[in-house]
Design a protein around this ligand. Structure first.
Ligand code: A3D
Length: 320
């Protein structure tokens, strides 16, 4: 059996970390693509030279030609511009929409059978545009955000409760970051829902609300500290988990920006929902019943995404 092929479109901070993790986990051979000459070539050579030390077998190469991604099983897209301090994810929209148009064309021509994971911000709009530009089936194009948002939530909860991160599970819905909707009744520590832990005196509702807010602002907190870019270790780890679920047909239940066609009463929009990822891409959308404030939060998140899609259509008439 030949190795899987993973193509990384964008070889910046996240792209480099993706390549390293894909190698360390022996997920397959990696091709890094970028418009910057030398960057994908240099990073892939550097990572390959770490393989004898870490003991992984994986061919890594870099290219500035889309033909290099031919036949990829998985394509992970980080191409574009990241946020700088004071910039919102939406400020990136105009610049990154043009990038998605080029990337979509490249994938359509050279890797039409791939499972595509988009990371470029503003995420919910870029993944929608990428699916349109590439013309790939909707279940084969997905956005990474929920795994990261829930990992941030899990990190802060584990810290608050002084328990292992492994025993904390978190359930988040909605758009990436600011409009994320944490479902506390489905978020648990060792199977115990968060509202019960409040009743048990493990934490207070006030503290929990602060943790939710810190999670929503998690990306901005890191942008503010780094000053020269945005988070990349955790975003890369999150996308690799999704790629692994596809390549190994693990049928993981993960939150992801998935295409809705009627689920949750929404049509032709990408937003964060729980999905099953296996060899068939997004194999199922887990449609849960939302209550009161959960539904309000989800609706306002969906409205925020709708606003971004409108802005995309205004910029690029082919999306109308
Ligand atoms: P960065 O290190 O700047 O890498 C981006 C790379 O894209 C650079 O190497 C560029 O040369 C390359 N690039 C630019 N234009 C093109 C093009 N047309 N074709 C191919 N490559 C191109 O950024 P990064 O890796 O830190 O972040 C990448 C993206 O991920 C940004 O849009 C971030 O906002 C986004 N991001 C999303 C999340 C989510 O949770 C969704 C988290 C963190 C970052």
């Amino acid at each position: 059996m030949s190795r899987s092929k993973i193509a990384l479109i964008g070889s910046g901070q996240i792209g480099g970390t993706l390549a390293h993790l894909a190698g360390l986990k022996e997920l397959g051979d990696v091709v890094m693509f970028d418009i910057a000459e030398g960057t994908p070539q240099g990073k892939s050579l550097d990572i390959m030279q770490s393989s004898p030390i870490d003991g992984f077998d994986c061919a890594l190469s870099g290219t500035n030609e889309y033909a290099g991604i031919a036949g990829a099983d998985v394509v992970i897209v980080t191409a574009g511009v990241p946020r700088k301090p004071g910039m919102s994810r939406d400020d990136l929209l105009g610049i990154n929409l043009k990038v998605m148009s080029q990337v979509g064309e490249g994938i359509k021509t050279h890797a039409p059978d791939a499972f595509v994971i988009c990371i470029t911000n503003p995420l919910d709009a870029m993944v929608w545009a990428l699916q349109k530009f590439s013309g790939l089936p909707e279940n084969m194009v997905v956005g990474m955000a929920g795994v990261l948002d829930s990992a941030r939530f899990r990190t802060f909860l584990a810290e608050e409760f002084n328990v292992s991160v492994e025993d904390v599970s978190a359930f988040v819905l909605g758009g990436h970051g600011d409009t994320m909707v944490p479902l506390t009744r489905y978020s648990t520590v060792g199977g115990i829902p968060l509202p019960d832990l409040v009743k048990m005196g493990w934490t207070t509702q006030e503290k929990l609300d602060q943790i939710v807010q810190r999670t929503r602002d998690g990306g901005a907190e890191i942008v503010g500290l780094l000053k020269t870019g945005s988070a990349f270790y955790a975003p890369a780890a999150a996308a690799i988990q999704m790629a692994e679920a596809f390549l190994k047909d693990k049928k993981r239940v993960l939150p992801a920006a998935a295409h809705l066609s009627g689920q949750f009463g929404i049509d032709d929009l990408y937003v964060g929902v729980p999905v099953v990822i296996g060899a068939g891409g997004v194999e199922r959308i887990v449609e849960i019943e939302l209550q009161g404030t959960e539904k309000d939060g989800f609706d306002s998140s969906v409205n925020a995404v709708r606003g971004l899609l409108e802005a995309c259509r205004n910029i690029d008439a082919s999306l109308a």
